[in-house]
Design a protein around this ligand. Structure first.
Ligand SMILES: Cc1ncc(COP(=O)(O)O)c(C=O)c1O
Length: 386
């Protein structure tokens, strides 16, 4: 009898996510939780007030399937304002239950059984499970440390007759790498040549500290084959609201909507108008979010360096990957499990983002989306390791 007799073969090998496990460990031990990526302060007051007003104002029933029109218009304005992308709010935008649902719905909608999905590795954990639920197979394309640069030839070599799409993530979790124009052009070339679709996860689009965020859909030949996904969770520090969106050509968005409607149908009625308010905030909001996180990144990275970690200073996201070889012979998983007792800090092993857990065993991931005093305290505690 298998260990988990009721779990379908498609989900075999998937357990409770390490993030939940490590958050539970933090709660149990009272350690500072730099494992899971959620901020420890709420997002903008005006956005929270808009959600409260929407609840009081009676926006509590099923919203329209694609999302309320005002939010879709705000998403279209946001895409134009920041990235120069034109999308039609009527046909080219779908509001989802976070980026997670958009990603899963996209893979369910676009893949046939046994299709292959190329994804950058290390890989955000929901991608492999989503591919598996769609009956597809995730094929990793390595971003190699220390620079986490994409080798375009390895991407090209990974394409087979079964490849359906490339699942991108930039800015990239867990490495913090931001794909450069040159890397994106190389990906675009392969996609056009082999007629592949692209699903691109850009939830950290406003968290870039070096270089620039370039949506791949802005490259020649890409708009017509790309579904772009983002989320309010990261940009507005309301990760629990689960408002995300997918944008792209009407035919692709229609496919994603078809899958989405049978996953959740709709979600987050009163949060949708609130996120429309958020997306219309002045440029200063987005600039301050970025500069605040850039400072936090430096505080944590400096602390990690003083503690003896080898730090890959991220160009984007709110995560930093740190090599542990100067500190221990243990693998990252064991090291993370001992970390709360050793110094009262929780991190997650980078190995969980790899197909083969022996890869990535030399590094662990920390988040810096916490209050500055929390990061300073963590940096101080981590010194005990040096
Ligand atoms: C790369 C990436 N994509 C998607 C998500 C999930 O986004 P949401 O909470 O909007 O579902 C996360 C959250 O950590 C993430 O890091």
């Amino acid at each position: 009898m298998p260990d988990r007799p009721y779990l379908s073969a498609r989900l075999r090998g998937f357990g409770t996510t390490i993030f939940a496990e490590m958050s539970a460990l933090a709660a149990e031990t009272g350690a500072i939780n730099l494992g899971q990526g959620f901020p420890d302060v709420d997002g903008p007051r005006a956005v929270a007030d808009a959600a409260i007003a929407a609840i009081r104002g009676g926006q509590n029933q099923y919203p329209p399937g694609p999302g309320i029109l005002d939010l879709r218009r705000a998403i279209a304005d946001h895409q134009r304002r920041f990235w120069g992308i034109q999308v039609d709010p009527e046909r080219e935008i779908l509001v989802t239950a976070g980026a997670t649902e958009a990603l899963t719905a996209a893979l369910l909608a676009l893949c046939e059984p046994d299709d292959e999905v190329l994804a950058l590795e290390p890989t955000y954990d929901s991608y492999r499970a989503a591919a598996s639920m769609a009956g597809a197979r995730l094929v990793p394309v390595s971003l190699r440390p220390p620079g986490y640069v994409l080798d375009a030839d390895s991407l090209r070599r990974a394409v087979t007759v079964r490849t359906r799409l490339v699942l991108l993530n930039s800015p990239h979790n867990p490495t913090g790498a931001v794909l450069s124009r040159r890397e994106l052009e190389a990906i675009a070339e392969v996609c056009v040549e082999r007629d592949l679709l692209v699903v691109t996860d850009e939830v950290y689009e406003h968290m870039v500290y070096e270089g620039e965020h370039i949506p791949i859909s802005t490259l020649p030949g890409m708009a017509e084959r790309t579904v772009t996904i983002s989320s309010a969770g990261k940009t507005f520090s309301f990760t629990g609201w689960k408002i995300g969106w997918a944008t792209g050509p009407a035919a692709l968005v229609d496919a994603v909507r078809t899958a989405k409607q049978f996953l959740t149908y709709v979600s987050g009625a009163p949060f949708q108008p609130a996120i429309a308010v958020g997306l219309r905030l002045a440029d200063t909001y987005f600039e301050e979010l970025r500069s605040d996180l850039a400072h936090k990144r430096d505080v944590l990275c400096n602390g990690l360096e003083s503690a003896g970690f080898e730090v890959y200073r991220p160009a984007g996201t709110y995560f930093v990957t740190a090599g542990i070889r100067r500190l221990t012979d243990e693998d990252g998983d064991t090291f993370c499990r001992h970390l709360p007792a050793r110094c009262g800090v929780v991190a997650v092993p980078t190995s969980v983002f790899y197909e083969h857990p022996t890869d990535g065993r030399d590094a662990i991931r920390f988040t810096f989306c916490k209050r500055i005093e929390v990061l300073e305290d963590a940096a101080h505690r981590l010194k005990a390791l040096a």
